[in-house]
Design a protein around this ligand. Structure first.
Ligand code: NAD
Length: 311
């Protein structure tokens, strides 16, 4: 696979361009505005310098940046091997982009969207040759999170899904192919099921955010990075799961909206980015916590990456 084009130089695109280049791929970072490309150059240079300081680079940073072209031009699409689109999460915007780009790329190019919430099939309606188009959903930060969800839309061929899966493996990721175009794909469905229950417990007044977070981190969450719910179930015994789910499922929260989240959003309590959410982040504590999270994600991956729970 050559000529990777990462479209959109926002939060995801900038890191993905570096990730592809660090994995040896000639990469083009495309963005419609020059100002974002300038910021992308700076961010990538800074992140590579930090990686070098940590001893995480096997080559000089300039060798990696030498594989990245930054452009606003559409001409590179004409020789693309893979286009991964990371532009605004808006169906009309994505369709406009794909209508134009899918008419430019070679017939055998692979096309993927990093959409978090839109249905792949809905975006695919604008794609010329939708068989070669799929979802390729990275988690943020995409250099540190191992999961990539490859979603098949109604028209996506098995061959496309397999090729994108192989590409994700070559980035050191742990990709999964999702056969149906379901909202939230896999990870967000699981994550939001937990979030809904956490908000439900809060509303019951049984515990506060500190206790609920501790219960997750030191209870189920502690083992979730090495075992999924089915692996956990097999170890615990499915007779126990059957008995407990019989009384617990009917008691779990089933709210369709959350008043707590609505109130926080209305009050501008958005979390780290506004200095307060469920907790306070006074005096710029947020960036420090984010850096610490990244450091811990790196350490956790070092520890777990070659140790699957099942052989
Ligand atoms: N941020 C995350 O946590 C995350 C995680 C996984 C997937 N995603 C998905 O990745 C995609 C990008 O998210 P992001 O967080 O990087 O967004 P972002 O807002 O940081 O960047 C969006 C980019 O889209 C470009 N853009 C906006 N309108 C455009 C248009 N009309 N034509 C061309 N380019 C346009 C902007 O210039 C910008 O570079 C979205 O689909 C999002 O759902 C985001």
């Amino acid at each position: 696979m050559t000529n990777i084009i990462v479209a959109g130089a926002g939060t995801m695109g900038v890191v993905l361009a570096r990730l592809f280049a660090q994995s040896g791929y000639p990469t083009t970072l495309w963005n419609r505005r020059e100002s974002s490309l300038d910021r992308a150059r700076e961010t990538i240079a800074r992140d590579l310098a930090a990686a070098k300081d940590r001893g995480d680079l096997t080559e000089p940073p300039e060798a990696v940046t030498g594989r990245i072209a930054f452009t606003r031009d559409f001409a590179p699409y004409e020789t693309a091997g893979l286009v991964i689109e990371n532009i605004a999460e808006d169906l009309a915007v994505k369709r406009d982009f794909w209508a134009k780009v899918s008419a430019l790329v070679p017939g055998d190019a692979l096309l993927a969207t990093n959409t978090s919430g839109l249905r792949v099939s809905d975006v695919a309606q604008a794609v010329r040759g939708p068989g070669r188009f799929c979802g390729m959903h990275f988690w943020n930060p995409p250099d540190l999170m191992p999961l990539v969800e490859i979603t098949k839309g109604a028209a996506t061929t098995d061959e496309t899904a397999r090729a994108v899966h192989a590409l994700a493996l070559s980035l050191g990721k742990r990709p999964v192919i999702v056969k149906k175009d379901i909202l939230g794909i896999l990870g967000n469905r699981l994550q939001y099921a937990v979030l809904r229950e956490a908000l439900h417990i809060l509303a019951l007044g049984a515990a506060g955010p500190e206790e609920i977070d501790a219960a997750m981190k030191y209870g189920p969450g502690f083992r979730y990075s090495m075992m999924g719910p089915f692996e956990t179930g097999d170890l615990g015994g499915l007779d126990i799961l059957h008995a407990v789910s019989g009384y617990l499922f009917p008691d779990l929260g089933a709210e369709e909206t959350s008043q707590v989240l609505a109130d926080c959003a209305a009050a501008g309590r958005l979390g780290v980015k506004t200095g307060a959410g469920f907790y306070d982040y006074a005096d710029g504590a947020g960036p420090e916590i984010l850096a610490r999270r990244n450091e811990l994600l790196r350490a956790q991956w070092e520890l777990l990456k070659d140790k699957p729970i099942r052989p």
